[in-house]
Design a protein. Structure first.
Length: 255
């Protein structure tokens, strides 16, 4: 059975002291539920302090982005070698990176290769816009994103990473795909593409998260979908109470 994961993306929120306080509050409760993998992704400036705070904790720390090069003239960027020892996971291809910072399917793929080369676990984001959704293009868009993201990877590499389906129209809007819709895309599109590329066994071993206004009120229904293995959480991850509640609810479903 694929172990469920609750991954919190803090985005551009929390000062360093606030990040430490939130990490401590999450640690106090989330560690009680060993059946769920917990990952929190602070801002780049908060990574060192949060990592030090959680040094002896099972809660993993992730970055929100990396560059594909190990070093070079890329002002403001952070490379995978620089993150080694600070994080275990890294979010790649989030829709906000695609929308505001020119991320493409090609750069997503390059970043995935860089992360894996340095022992980091990518959390790879895919998802369609509202216009694409309304035009009935969800399957085609998400399928292509998954194919391009995994280009050049072995089956072993694919099953070591995590794919997060996040419909762009449901991120930070309060809107959310129904649990059934989310499950259908995670299984019928994402997992199916992985099976076509790498075989059924790799597809069954690969964890697929859902993101898009997930919270403690809808997580139970979402996690009851057989092809959804966890959540990439935005706003609800900024409060220890809501994040910990989501971890607890998920743990109880899988116990």
């Amino acid at each position: 059975m694929r172990k469920p994961m609750m991954a919190g993306n803090w985005k551009m929120n929390k000062t360093i002291p606030e990040s430490v306080a939130l990490a401590k509050a999450i640690h106090e409760n989330a560690v009680k539920f060993t059946g769920v993998d917990c990952v929190i992704c602070p801002t780049a400036v908060g990574l060192a302090a949060v990592q030090a705070t959680l040094q002896d904790s099972p809660i993993a720390v992730g970055a929100q982005n990396i560059h594909w090069a190990d070093s070079g003239a890329y002002t403001g960027e952070i490379s995978a070698p620089m993150l080694k020892g600070l994080v275990t996971h890294v979010i790649i291809g989030h829709s906000e990176r695609r929308q505001y910072f020119g991320e493409t399917d090609e750069t997503v793929n390059k970043k995935i290769h860089a992360a894996l080369a340095h022992g980091l676990i990518p959390i790879v984001c895919v998802g369609e816009s509202l216009e694409q959704n309304r035009a009935g293009q969800t399957q085609a868009v998400v399928s292509l994103q998954v194919q391009d993201a995994l280009n050049g990877l072995t089956g072993e590499q694919v099953q070591s990473l995590i794919v997060a389906y996040e419909p762009i129209w449901a991120i930070g809007t309060g809107l959310s795909a129904t649990a059934e819709q989310a499950g259908q895309i995670c299984g019928g599109v994402v997992r199916t593409v992985i099976a076509d590329l790498c075989g059924a066994q790799v597809a069954q071993n690969t964890r697929i998260l859902y993101g898009g206004s997930t919270n403690e009120k809808n997580i139970k229904e979402i996690m009851q979908q057989p092809d959804i293995d966890g959540a990439l959480i935005g706003g609800a991850a900024l409060k220890a109470e809501s994040y910990n509640a989501m971890v607890q609810i998920t743990s109880e479903l899988y116990s």
